[in-house]
Design a protein around this ligand. Structure first.
Ligand SMILES: [Zn+2]
Length: 75
C-alpha cells in the first residue's frame, strides 16, 4: 500500500501496488492528473499506536533522544 499526493489538486489517496510495479504511472482519482508523488508514510495508518509508544519510551529514557546520550541537552 502506497500513499500518493497529487501535485495539481493537493489531495491524497492510496494505491495498492505489487513490488514490481513501482514505475507504473499513477493517475489522480480526483482530477485525473499524472502529477502525483509517492509518499513514504506507508505504516502511518497501521502502526500509529506502536509509534506513539516507542516515542514515549524514547523520550522518557533518552533525555534528548540521541542514542547513548551524554550531551545532557534537556531543552
Ligand atoms: Zn489531483
Amino acid at each position: 500500500m502506497y500513499e500518493y499526493g497529487c501535485l495539481d489538486c493537493a489531495r491524497q489517496f492510496e494505491r495498492l501496488l505489487p513490488m514490481n510495479a513501482t514505475d507504473q504511472q499513477i493517475v489522480c482519482p480526483f482530477c485525473q492528473s499524472t502529477h502525483v508523488r509517492r509518499r513514504l508514510s506507508v505504516f502511518a495508518t497501521q502502526s500509529r499506536g506502536d509509534a506513539a509508544v516507542a516515542a514515549t519510551t524514547t523520550t522518557t529514557g533518552g533525555g534528548c533522544g540521541c542514542s547513548g546520550c551524554s550531551c545532557g541537552s534537556r531543552s
